[in-house]
Design a protein around this ligand. Structure first.
Ligand code: ADP
Length: 550
């Protein structure tokens, strides 16, 4: 029997039209670094997105399926591009402005971007790359910054505001098959070459509904969300799409991502929610410890992209800010899990749930696969590689050698599940605890040591600001942990003390305790602010670290 329901396609243009009409008064506030931030309503965003689409079609010749890139901070113009480009049937490609130049060149060429929308402040980054980007025909520049760096190297250059001015504020959005490509994002390459993930209108629409659900970020038009996670990092975790759906006000930091302006933004604009990786929250904590600010408006925060140390959660609890741990990947749109404890528990009982990566929503199916390929039980102890599937989970990567989508064996199972490369356990009630990335686990004498567990335990020490632990080769055991530690300003701690702390306070088994230690000025970070363990391993191999062996 067939259903009798209408078959309306889940198009992004529907989110835009809904947001501008029903939530026309909601706002996007962009930090400017000047006395006043810049404010634009959803109604204005809707008008301007239509104007941009008209300009892209009529002036730049963009057609359905053409890839249009952005090299932009989080701001109102970037939100306009987020909706204009997919809604007209083209594909939005967000470029990660922190990638090394050669990777950016590789990615733009791989995706065959025809246009790059760029913030003026990022032109010094883009200009030298242009001679190596043969597919790019147009550059559209928005916001402040010296344009002269484009002289002689750029194809056609347009000013964003001039380009859209006077154009119609409506657009005949095409009715698209919801499986059409809407946006693409390359993995940040923490563990290998970047790979392109192409989201569909359908996947983004369904993911937006999940983001807003009370069991996820619970966002409504009563909220203002501070979107620190970049729009080029998995679509800012889906937030700009989700906000148009329910009228959530957006607070956009633009290029002001340092702890001091973030603290000022929170105190002045009073967001109720925020989203960012742990490094940002570490930095903000140090800032507000030195220069106290009122963060009290920000009652709930989504933290993920890397393991959140429990000590960080505790510190923010004391400030009245509740961090909710989430797990996801570029391949998962990214919402995979969120760590809201089950109902009916007191604060003490909630804690063991809050420090997990969280619970899977109905849209994400999960399984654990053991070293021999067997599926493991959700018993809270059996550890294996996490595999997932669902409507917003990637089933392939964009453009292999022959231009077709490809499914590398190490990333997809034979029956089509995504292999996450993350190792962990799942409790009987569906809470995921990750012990490590498969590539970061320390394999010592046939046993596994979790680098994340050691890091979390070390970061609970009062003298330690950050700690990263990597596997290094060891003649006797195969691999052993190397602990690199960043001390808080003015703090001291000797290695024996830290090692004892791990064993006593941290509850780490004796055989897992690191014997190699190094104090470092900073932990190297990837383009999206995660610990870059590849770099630490290389520094060790090349003798660049001052290592003490206990
Ligand atoms: P990349 O793989 O290039 O770093 P992603 O942003 O897609 O780019 O990273 C996804 C990975 O980040 C996950 O596979 C996982 O290893 C890690 N990660 C994300 N969230 C968490 C979390 N809450 N706890 C631990 N690891 C996490």
């Amino acid at each position: 029997m067939y259903s009798t329901m209408q078959d309306v396609q889940l198009n992004i243009s529907r989110l835009l039209e809904h947001g501008r009409r029903v939530h026309g008064g909601s706002t996007v506030t962009t930090w400017t670094g000047e006395a006043e931030p810049h404010r634009r309503t959803f109604a204005e965003i809707g008008d301007r997105a239509a104007q941009l689409a008209n300009a892209l079609r009529d002036e730049l010749g963009i057609e359905p399926g053409d890839v249009t890139a952005t090299l932009m901070w989080n701001n109102a113009e970037h939100v306009e591009a987020y909706f204009a480009i997919p809604s007209m049937g083209a594909v939005l490609h967000t470029l990660n402005l922190r990638l090394p130049p050669e990777q950016l060149v590789w990615i733009v060429n791989h995706a065959a971007d025809r246009v790059v929308l760029v913030n003026g402040s990022l032109l010094p980054l883009l200009a030298p790359l242009l001679p190596h980007l043969p597919t790019v025909e147009h550059i559209v520049v928005a916001g402040p910054g010296d344009r002269s760096v484009l002289d002689g190297v750029a194809p056609r250059v347009h000013e964003y505001e001039e380009l859209i001015a006077g154009r119609p504020t409506t657009y005949p959005w095409p009715e698209l098959d919801e499986r059409t490509a809407a946006a693409m994002c390359y993995t940040s390459g923490t563990t290998g070459d970047p790979k392109g993930v192409v989201y569909s209108h359908r996947s983004i629409y369904l993911h937006s509904m999940q983001v807003n659900m009370a069991e996820s970020m619970a966002l409504t038009d009563r909220d203002t969300t501070l979107i620190v996670v970049p729009q080029f990092h998995v679509n800012a975790w889906g937030l700009p799409h989700a906000t148009l759906m329910t009228g959530v006000n957006m607070l956009m930091p633009d290029r002001f991502l340092q702890p001091a302006p973030l603290a000022e933004m929170i105190e002045r604009e009073r967001p109720t929610h925020a989203a960012a990786v742990p490094t940002i929250w570490q930095g903000l904590l140090a800032e507000v410890t030195a220069n106290p600010r009122d963060l009290s408006s920000m009652t709930h925060v989504t933290i993920g992209g890397a393991a959140c140390p429990p000590s960080l959660m505790e510190a923010y609890d004391k400030l009245g800010v509740r961090l909710c741990h989430a797990w996801g990947m570029t391949e998962t749109s990214p919402l995979g899990t969120m760590a809201h404890p089950p109902a009916g528990l007191g604060a003490e009982e909630e804690w063991p749930y809050r420090v997990t990566q969280g619970r899977f929503p109905a849209g994400v199916e999960a399984r654990l696969v053991g070293p021999g390929g067997d599926h493991l039980p959700w018993d809270g102890t059996s550890a294996g590689e996490l595999e997932v599937r669902g409507t917003w989970i990637a089933g392939a990567y964009f453009g292999g050698a022959d231009g077709e989508a490809f499914r590398p064996e190490d990333k997809f199972s034979e029956d089509g599940w995504l292999k996450t490369g993350d190792v962990g356990i799942i409790s009987p009630d569906g809470y995921l605890t990750l012990t490590d990335r498969a590539k970061d686990v320390i394999k010592s004498g046939g046993e596994w040591i979790s680098s994340v567990e050691l890091e979390n335990a070390l970061m609970a020490h009062p003298a330690v600001a950050e700690a990263a632990v990597v596997a290094v080769p060891d003649e006797r055991w195969g691999e052993r942990p190397l602990a690199t530690v960043v001390l808080k300003e003015g703090a001291t701690a000797d290695y024996e003390t830290l090692k004892t702390f791990l064993a006593t306070e941290g509850g780490i088994a004796k055989w897992q305790l690191p014997e190699r230690w190094a104090v470092v000025p900073a932990v190297p970070k990837t383009s999206v602010g995660k610990f870059d363990k590849k770099v630490i391993r290389r520094q060790y191999a090349e003798g660049e670290l001052d290592v003490t062996q206990l």
